[in-house]
Unconditional design. Structure first.
Length: 342
């Protein structure tokens, strides 16, 4: 029930923001989308969606899940303050999705769980119209516990939780910005802090989430790039994408107490985060969303096997997508009630 409330909370809170009265900045947003101007305004944009899918079968010849319920909530929003040559931009991406089925006694299984906030403050350079000196803060985590459902005894051990892991990035650098729709940010020296509960880092000799064995945090210093682009492909179709790259200057092999290497690493292992969202407006209050996220992180290797509880035997996981290796892939197609504000 707690997890169900979270999905509802994301949508209700976002809807409250969306329906609030906006300022006169709405009238100039289209002019500012691809052009930087010395003006004073608040620019708001985003989409909020709540989807629900329910099914019931009895004596159905074709077969299927007897009773099922799927629910998802999504919020993708941005608010930007323009003040002459200064820009303060805040972006929040949050999503949560659950699936309930009679065959597993309606124990909820999580399909999507994301919490991602970015805040940037920049001052435009006098000699370059589209370049800014910018400071950036980013926070990533999730709402509830995560599990590996491909393992038979998945309920016994969670793989992650709220703030485990949690990623904090703080960077200063140069940003190329064209209006509100294009942003390319690069920092040669960005700090990244990873936090996690010790119970996760004690499970494997190499620790977890890049955090060493038995520790609760890891601090990195590296080069960071973040590119964002959003565009209306048509009056009813909007595309939004983001690419983050991070190279840790301090990366090195991790060793156990005996000096054996338990995880290989070096600064050339670049972390990749690529996020895409296509929103298709169907009428006034309904949307079709297609979201695709791809992540590559050397600190999060793919485990093709699991240890069977009780016997300790290593067995292969039975799941599609094994050939993708260490890439983390998430694809979600959702239809539901939506409100788009700008």
């Amino acid at each position: 029930m707690k997890q169900l409330f979270i999905a509802l909370l994301i949508s209700v809170c976002a809807a409250h923001t969306a329906f609030a009265q906006l300022t006169e900045a709405e009238k100039v947003k289209s002019a500012l989308s691809l052009e930087n101007k010395d003006t004073v305004a608040w620019i708001r944009s985003g989409v909020v969606q709540l989807g629900l899918n329910q099914g019931f079968l009895h004596n159905w010849a074709a077969g299927g899940e007897v009773v099922s319920l799927a629910m998802d909530g999504l919020l993708s929003a941005n608010i930007t303050r323009l003040y002459r040559k200064q820009v303060w931009s805040n972006t929040l991406d949050a999503s949560y999705s659950l699936f309930y089925a009679f065959s597993n006694h309606f124990v909820p299984r999580k399909v999507d769980d994301r919490l991602d906030f970015t805040s940037k403050y920049g001052t435009r350079l006098d000699t370059a119209k589209n370049f800014y000196l910018t400071g950036l803060f980013n926070f990533k985590s999730q709402f509830t516990s995560g599990y590996d459902y491909s393992v038979p005894d998945w309920q016994s051990v969670s793989t992650s939780n709220f703030m485990s892991p949690a990623y904090f990035t703080l960077a200063a650098g140069l940003e190329y910005r064209r209006g509100a729709d294009i942003s390319l940010f690069f920092s040669p020296a960005a700090l990244r802090l990873t936090l996690a509960d010790r119970k996760y880092t004690l499970r494997m000799p190499e620790g977890a989430f890049g955090i060493p064995y038995g520790e609760q945090s890891r601090l990195e210093l590296g080069a960071y790039f973040s590119g964002r682009y959003q565009h209306d492909l048509s009056p009813t179709v909007r595309y939004k994408t983001r690419l983050d790259l991070y190279a840790n200057y301090l990366a090195k092999d991790s060793k156990d107490s005996l000096g054996s290497v338990v995880k290989s690493d070096h600064p050339g292992n670049v972390d990749v985060f690529w996020d895409n969202l296509i929103t298709i407006k169907l009428g006034k209050y309904f949307n079709l969303n297609l979201a695709l996220t791809a992540i590559y992180d050397n600190d999060l290797p793919y485990q093709a096997e699991y240890t069977e509880a009780g016997t300790g035997i290593r067995r292969d996981k039975d799941e599609p997508g094994n050939g993708l290796g260490w890439w983390q892939i998430k694809e979600v197609l959702a239809f539901g009630f939506a409100y788009r504000f700008h």
